[in-house]
Design a binder for this molecule. Structure first.
Ligand SMILES: [Zn+2]
Length: 444
């Protein structure tokens, strides 16, 4: 039997949502207080769950950073270890992974927003989903690829990314797969691989829905892939720690949050105070139903988002988010034109052989200039490729293209460098993909 989903909350009044969130937050604070980490953290801040008397009181409670979650990982445990039955994690670039433990109850509550996401994308039990994510220990793999489809009673094919695209295509045709569950970059990569195999993606397959999470996708890329597959693309916004935090409805106008699962705040990066409705702030969330590892005012994603409480054209009243990018991966040119590293990643996805890249920004006169240093084998380099890369970047980064047109930003330059030339850490990871050498930087 399919897990029963109460969709009433998605259409309830603001007042009803606030009342529900107050009740759930109170419980969440009490649950978190059972953990060693929050017992100490609350004490240091001079608060206990008893100080939470109205919704706004949440601001009295301290923020939780990614560093704290990694460094004190096991101290976040708020239930007895016997209750833990699942582990998910993301391997950080620092070598210290973030590990999230889940109890039986947690698996169910973690699955519900994912199932809401399926329903919002018009999936039914008849759909067959191809999972373009390696299952491993990730949230996208285990939870989105196994636990949530199982509770929704939909067939997921966990082909992952390691399977040869030819085999995946054969399975897709044999089972009449209708849906992709993917991260946006792997969806783009897979599409190019299947195109190279000579298929007509629209005619040869029956894909109707592409549901992606994780890294962002530009409207241009999305439209182009929708056309190629003859499918509708629904993007969602999630993380290992927060689960499926929000998802798009058929209007594709922001991501609906799930107020019975997370309490979301958007805080000013400068003052830490909530910003006004619709303004950009740092994504901050509190898990409302987590038993094993509750998170209070978690700011570890470093994402910049806008949140609006205006009712959506689909009829849902739940607050919506628009994700504008990751704080450390955002470049603001001349205080106005914004650029995100994921947009460059996206631009490079259809080119083969690119090892890695770095963006160098300088200011000269009244303009900002960007050079993209691309690691590529000597034999693959040519002028045409350089121009194609430039074009792909401008296609993906609309705001940058506008900046060049407005003559506030200089023409973008692509430079080929030898593989291994860009500075790396001892683990072989690029030290930084963004080298900002400007004297005056804008952080707005
Ligand atoms: Zn909507």
């Amino acid at each position: 039997m399919t897990l029963k989903i109460n969709t009433k909350v998605e259409y309830s009044s603001k007042r009803a949502q606030r009342e529900l969130q107050f009740k759930l937050l109170k419980k969440a604070l009490n649950q978190a207080y059972k953990s060693k980490f929050y017992k100490i953290k609350f004490k240091q801040a001079g608060v206990t769950p008893k100080n939470f008397k109205r919704l706004e009181d949440i601001q009295k409670f301290p923020l939780t950073s990614k560093k704290e979650f990694i460094e004190h990982n096991m101290d976040f445990l708020a239930c007895t270890p016997e209750k833990v039955i699942r582990l998910i994690m993301t391997g950080g670039t620092t070598g210290k992974p973030k590990m999230l433990l889940l109890s039986k109850k947690d698996i169910e509550s973690y699955s519900i927003p994912m199932i809401r996401n399926f329903i919002m994308a018009n999936l039914t039990q008849k759909d067959v989903a191809i999972l373009l994510i390696n299952v491993g220990l990730t949230s996208g793999g285990i939870m989105y690829g196994i636990e949530a489809p199982e509770r929704f009673e939909m067939l997921p094919l966990q082909v992952g990314l390691m399977t040869d695209p030819k085999t995946t295509c054969e399975l897709m045709r044999r089972l009449h797969a209708t849906t992709f569950l993917a991260a946006a970059p792997s969806m783009i990569k897979f599409t190019h691989e299947v195109q190279r195999l000579g298929f007509n993606l629209k005619k040869d397959f029956s894909i109707r829905h592409i549901i992606s999470g994780g890294a962002g996708v530009s409207p241009q890329m999305r439209k182009s892939l929708e056309k190629i597959w003859g499918a509708k693309w629904y993007h969602a916004y999630g993380s290992c720690e927060g689960g499926r935090m929000s998802a798009e409805c058929k209007e594709h106008d922001g991501y609906h949050t799930f107020p019975d699962d997370l309490y979301v705040e958007t805080l000013s990066p400068k003052t830490g105070i909530p910003v006004a409705d619709g303004e950009e702030g740092v994504m901050t969330f509190t898990t409302l139903k987590r038993e094993a590892m509750p998170l209070i005012r978690y700011q570890g994603l470093n994402d910049v988002v806008r949140m609006s409480t205006k009712k959506c054209a689909c009829g849902r009243t739940t607050p919506r988010l628009w994700v504008t990018g990751r704080l450390e991966e955002r470049i603001v040119l001349k205080g106005f034109y914004k650029l995100y590293l994921y947009q460059i990643d996206e631009a490079f996805k259809r080119f083969q052989g690119i090892n890695d890249y770095q963006l160098v920004i300088i200011d000269k006169g009244d303009k900002d200039y960007i050079t993209v240093q691309v690691e590529l084998e000597k034999r693959k380099r040519n002028e045409k490729l350089k121009q194609d890369l430039q074009k792909a970047i401008l296609f993906s980064c609309e705001s940058l293209a506008r900046g060049i047109k407005d003559k506030a930003v200089g023409e973008i330059k692509v430079e080929f460098v030898n593989i291994g030339l860009l500075p790396r850490s001892s683990q072989g990871k690029l030290k930084t993909r963004l080298l900002d050498k400007r004297k005056l930087k804008f952080i707005t």
